[in-house]
Design a binder for this molecule. Structure first.
Ligand code: NAG
Ligand code: NAG
Length: 817
């Protein structure tokens, strides 16, 4: 026990100091701890001290000690704190009065309280606030509060320590011995690195063991605007579509400033030399650094915007940071392709070969990439196509043969489509005119025109107009008409006809005579003015229509034999005696040539009669003795035309008494001719015999055929093929109607073109059968008789039969040819 050792030491001390008893005890002893045997030290017996009432009379109010009367020991009555008792005095003596009675004695006892290290150094303020500007020079001192330690001596405050590298401690000992610590800035401070330091200041005493007390030094580094705002990137990149709307955010720039407060508050601006175009397109939010679209963007104008931005803090002076922004505009398909004609479309000839260039076309699209790639095409349905030449240049070429007559011009639709999505399309019409080529011949409205003209027409009358058209244009369709230089009976067509070269009206140059020419077949040529010119022909058949312009001509009795014909007859003649036969012909045809005979006047009209059709003059009764020997007949001969043409013939008849055989002078003259004819007649009869059988058979078949074929207007024609050498011009024609008996039979002879002679006039007037020039329509006509009469009058020939449908009642026309 350390304190028993102490007591021993104290006793020793006591023994050396004679005058006084002094005990030395450490402070803070427990109650009851023995300080010393006071009885013994006073030289008293323990047994007497009770009786002598040994007691402690303390000077202080508090009784720190008592005496154990049984043992005579001074013991601690209260815990003694030296620091309370003595404070900072190094020596702490507690004086005690020991009083003994019987005899009353007073002794002074001193108790020295020795310090023990029972107090730690102590700071009054546990926390010290310090504000130090950053960038302060190292070495700057800041006085700190000193710590207290009530202990004394080596137990008192000895030193201080710090636990920080940035700071150092200096302990200054004042004159009064107090040790005051100073904080010295050891290293430069950077608020941006460390804004606060918590430093523990430790005060240590010199005791053993060492006791310590701490205080917290809170160092706040005060900001200085020593950091400029710094952008995160040296170059900000962003893209924005050209269609971006105003207000659209493009990117955010960000600068950081490590300073605090206003020194760290950053505002954003455009760089000093930012162009107006940038400022018109974009804006920078000064607070947030957001870059937004504020104007219209157009990739086609500006593809990339590059500008500087700066960030400023609000310190004094302010600091700036810089960065760059690059904004790429993204192209969008906002431009339609543009079709341009690099040359005016040139007109193209309709016969141009396939591939002929018509126009040069250039296509353009302001967009880029696929948005700017353009496909050019011709809308379907045009005979054109596009031929690419280079880049976006094309030539419009013909794709097929053109025909101006079908399409004189084209508005070729050209379509341009870009490859954007969605694609944009434009179209343009290119007008291409087709030039005419003389590739169409004039065309008449008809290949053959039939024109009917009455004979005796006035010369110079307009007959007819032919019309031709030409599909070509301009000169190629300017037409002129002309009449081909053919000849009619050695007379050129031009002396008969004239054609208006401009409009095709045909005029007659002469009056026509049916009896000379019945048909003109003229060829009208129409020619255009192209080079080379084209032409075409049309046939105009001018049929001359018969007019009753011929007076019947008396053939017998002939006027050559005198102005009056003299006939003789015997008085013995009976009724029906054939006196003579008047024969007349009419150069006209058809009805105009139907001749009838009539007795106009007679010496005795009861004696003679004239057959209306045959012209036979016969006696009506027997001649009597009373009848005059000389009789005169005036016979009128009329045709059936309109107006009627007539002539008369006077026949003088001499009735002779002795005359039996009536021999006319005509007969005598005709004998020779008769003999010649008799041979022919013989052959005719012979051939008729054979042919008639065949004919009848054929007719029969023909009838059946006709009846079968049609109930309408079928007509059957019997035609005799001409022998060529004998009489090439003779035709026989019979028109039959299936719905009834034969209406009429007409026999025609003569030339193909000029039927100058009628059959009747050709035959011998004396022939028994030749009187049939024309059989009038009659339902009672005996067909056999007709045939017999016809065949008898015709030379031997071959017969053919034709049966054809006839719309109009002419069977005549085709037989001209
Ligand atoms: C053709 O021209 C002539 C003379 O100018 C005229 O008399 C005639 O009527 C014209 N014919 C036609 C069909 O126009
Ligand atoms: C038209 O007729 C003329 C005269 O007969 C002839 O020379 C010409 O070849 C004919 N033209 C045509 C296209 O038939």
């Amino acid at each position: 026990m350390w304190w028993t050792l102490c007591i021993f030491v104290i006793v020793l001390l006591w023994s050396t100091a004679e005058s006084q008893i002094r005990y030395t005890i450490p402070e803070e002893l427990k109650e009851g701890s023995v300080v010393g045997n006071i009885a013994k030290d006073l030289g008293l017996e323990v047994s007497v001290i009770y009786d002598r009432k040994l007691r402690i009379a303390s000077e202080s109010s508090k009784q720190y000690f008592t005496v154990d009367l049984a043992k005579g020991e001074l013991v601690v009555n209260h815990r003694i704190d030296r620091e309370t008792l003595c404070g900072q005095n190094a020596a702490c003596l507690l004086p005690l009065q020991v009083v003994i009675e019987n005899p009353l004695q007073q002794h002074r006892v001193e108790v020295e309280i020795q310090d023990i290290n029972d107090n730690a150094p102590h700071f009054h303020l546990k926390e010290i606030q310090l504000t130090i500007p950053e960038l302060i020079a190292p070495g700057t001192r800041f006085p700190l509060e000193s710590a207290d330690d009530p202990d004394v001596g080596s137990n008192s405050l000895h030193t201080y320590t710090l636990n920080n590298d940035f700071f150092r401690l200096n302990v200054k000992t004042l004159k009064d011995g107090r040790k005051v610590p100073e904080l010295i800035v050891e290293k430069p401070l950077d608020r941006e690195k460390q804004a606060n330091y918590r430093i523990i200041l430790k005060a240590l005493d010199g005791g053993n063991p060492v006791k310590s007390g701490t205080a917290l030094i809170q160092v706040t580094v005060q900001d200085i605007n020593d950091n400029e705002p710094k952008f995160g990137q040296t170059l900000y990149k962003a893209t924005v579509k050209e269609s971006a709307t105003i207000g659209q955010s493009v990117l955010s720039i960000m600068a950081s400033d490590f300073d605090e407060g206003p020194n760290g508050e950053v505002e954003y601006f455009f760089g000093a030399h930012t162009s107006d175009s940038v400022k018109e397109a974009f804006g920078v939010n000064s607070l947030t650094g957001e870059v937004t679209v504020i104007g219209h963007l157009d990739y086609e104008d500006v593809k990339i915007y590059t500008f500087d931005v700066s960030a400023k803090d609000k310190g004094h002076p302010e600091l700036q940071g810089h960065s760059s922004v690059q904004i790429d505009i993204i192209d969008e398909n906002d431009n339609e392709p543009e079709i341009k004609l690099t040359s005016m479309p040139s007109p193209v000839r309709e016969n141009a070969t396939v591939g002929t260039a018509v126009a040069l076309i250039n296509v353009k699209d302001l967009d880029s990439g696929d948005n700017g790639k353009v496909q050019l095409s011709v809308a379907p349905g045009y005979p054109f196509k596009l031929k690419p030449s280079f880049d976006d240049h094309y030539s419009l070429v013909t794709d097929s043969i053109l025909d101006r007559e079908v399409n004189s011009e084209y508005d070729v639709k050209i379509i341009a489509t870009d490859l954007g999505s969605p694609p944009l399309t434009t179209s343009k019409y290119v007008n291409v005119k087709i030039l005419d080529i003389n590739d169409n011949a004039p065309a008449f409205t008809h290949a053959v025109y039939d024109v009917y003209v009455r004979e005796n027409n006035p010369a110079g009358a307009s007959l007819f107009s032919v019309v031709a058209t030409d599909k070509d244009q301009d000169k190629n369709s300017m037409l002129t008409y002309s009449i081909a230089d053919t000849k009619f009976q050695d007379i050129p067509a031009s002396s008969y006809f004239y054609i208006n070269a401009e409009n095709g009206t045909i005029y007659s140059m002469n009056s026509f005579d049916y009896e000379k020419l019945k048909l003109f077949q003229i060829i009208v040529q129409c020619k255009d003015q192209g080079t080379p010119s084209l032409s075409s022909n049309a046939t105009v058949n001018v049929f001359v229509l018969d007019q009753n312009d011929n007076i019947p001509a008396v053939i017998y009795p002939s006027a050559i034999m005198g102005s009056v014909s003299h006939q003789r007859m015997p008085r013995s003649a009976k009724t029906g005696h054939l006196v003579t036969k008047v024969t007349a012909v009419d150069a006209d045809s058809g009805h105009n040539a139907w001749i009838s005979y009539r007795l106009a006047e007679a010496t005795d009209s009861s004696l003679f009669a004239v057959n209306l059709y045959t012209g036979e003059v016969r006696t009506k009764r027997s001649v009597s003795e009373q009848d005059y020997a000389s009789q005169r007949l005036l016979i009128e001969i009329k045709d059936n035309g309109e107006p009627v043409q007539s002539t008369t013939v006077i026949v003088d008849i001499l009735i002779e008494d002795g005359l039996h055989e009536p021999i006319s002078d005509f007969r005598q003259k005709a004998t020779e001719k008769d003999k010649k004819n008799s041979k022919i007649t013989f052959y005719l009869i012979l051939s008729l015999a054979s042919v008639s059988v065949l004919s009848l058979l054929t007719f029969f078949i023909l009838f059946i055929k006709c009846a079968k074929n049609s109930r309408g207007d079928a007509s059957c024609c019997i035609r005799r093929d001409s022998d060529g050498y004998k009489n090439p011009n003779r035709n026989l024609q019979i028109q039959l109607n299936t719905d009834g008996p034969i209406k009429y039979v007409e026999v025609l002879g003569g030339d193909m073109m000029s039927q100058s002679q009628s059959f009747g006039s050709y035959l011998s007037p004396m022939s028994e059968f030749s009187d049939l020039t024309l059989v009038k329509p009659s339902s009672t006509l005996d067909f056999k008789d007709t045939l017999r009469g016809l065949d008898a009058s015709l030379p031997d020939s071959a017969w053919t039969f034709e049966c054809q449908q006839v719309r109009q009642a002419h069977c005549l026309k085709p037989n001209y040819i």
